[in-house]
Design a binder for this molecule. Structure first.
Ligand code: ABN
Length: 178
């Protein structure tokens, strides 16, 4: 056999091996199985983004948000120091302070269920001003000369002591109309 014949024989055998039905099926099988296994491989996922929620936006960690932050949904019409930063919670006054029986009412939307709630902003009285977490949001609030429509009032005036400390935000019902 001439050199040229040998080269042709070798080339055609190599080509035939590479294009056999079995070879094709083997490569197809590798592609299918390899593709199916891809989602099982470990993938680097970015760490959870951590940023301060915008006012009114729920905290990603809790469905309703953070009651120590001014953006918390119940504070949409508050004006005062947050009791939750002053030794109390968003619904209870700090120890030694008395909750005012006269309050300012607001209507805020709970982002967790999309419903509007009537919120009572009771002042905590009889203890020196807290001075932490001042929060003034004015949804539906009017200037102080409309005293019955302003949140800038010391509601401790109706309590045993007029000394203002902080404010809580208590849900008193579901709002049926705005
Ligand atoms: N309701 C909060 C508050 C207290 C004192 C003065 C203004 C507003």
């Amino acid at each position: 056999m001439s050199r040229l014949d040998r080269w042709f024989t070798h080339s055609s055998r190599t080509l035939a091996r590479g294009t056999s039905r079995r070879g094709f099926l083997a490569r197809l099988g590798t592609a299918v199985l390899g593709g199916a296994a891809l989602p099982l491989l470990p993938i680097a996922r970015p760490a959870r983004a951590t940023r301060e929620p915008a006012p009114g936006e729920p905290d990603p960690g809790t469905p309703e948000g953070d009651p120590t932050g001014c953006g918390y949904w119940r504070y949409c019409a508050i004006d005062g120091f947050l009791a939750s930063c002053c030794g109390g919670t968003h619904t209870s006054c700090p120890p030694g302070a008395e909750m005012s029986p006269i309050t300012w009412l607001g209507t805020c939307r709970n982002p967790a269920d999309g419903k509007e709630y009537v919120i009572s902003y009771n002042d905590c009285c009889g203890k020196a001003e807290c001075g932490r977490c001042f929060c003034a949001r004015h949804e539906d609030d009017k200037p102080v000369y409309y005293s019955h429509k302003s949140n800038d009032i010391n509601w401790c005036m109706g309590s045993e002591s007029v000394v203002y400390n902080s404010t809580v935000a208590v849900v008193v019902g579901v709002a049926t109309e705005r």
